[in-house]
Design a protein around this ligand. Structure first.
Ligand code: FES
Length: 126
């Protein structure tokens, strides 16, 4: 089982669990205002350790558009398949929301395939 550390709290998480849901399961009110569809970026996290070297098309596109590439990753577009340590970028408390957003589905949406970041950059500039 992979270990997930969120703000210095570490727990075992089910292999393959969507990162945004694993963070929430640790009692952190991370944002997911678009319901986990790579549109809002409120599920953003800063990686302290274990950043995946692949990303979905959808994650790459929205991070690039908002000029957030290399700063944040989207926890709705990542699954826990190895140990990770993250710091959530936006929570209900920090953003002052009434709620964190619609519950994301258990699997990554939109339907996902992961690519090396370099490949996405090459395609983006082609
Ligand atoms: S981008 Fe909206 S929940 Fe991830």
């Amino acid at each position: 089982m992979p270990k997930l550390t969120v703000d210095d709290r570490t727990a075992d998480v089910p292999d393959g669990q969507r990162l945004v849901l694993a963070i929430e399961a640790q009692g952190v009110n991370i944002g997911h205002r678009c319901g986990g569809f790579a549109r809002c970026t409120t599920c953003r996290v800063e990686f302290l350790d274990g950043e995946p070297d692949t990303m979905t098309d959808a994650e790459y596109a929205v991070l690039k558009t908002r000029d957030l590439l290399s700063q944040y990753r989207l926890s709705c577009q990542i699954v826990c398949d190895h140990d990770m340590s993250v710091r959530p970028g936006m929570t209900r408390e920090s953003a002052g929301w009434d709620d964190t957003g619609p519950t994301p589905e258990p699997t990554v949406t939109p339907e996902a395939a992961w690519y090396p970041k370099e490949e996405l950059e090459r395609r983006g500039s082609a």
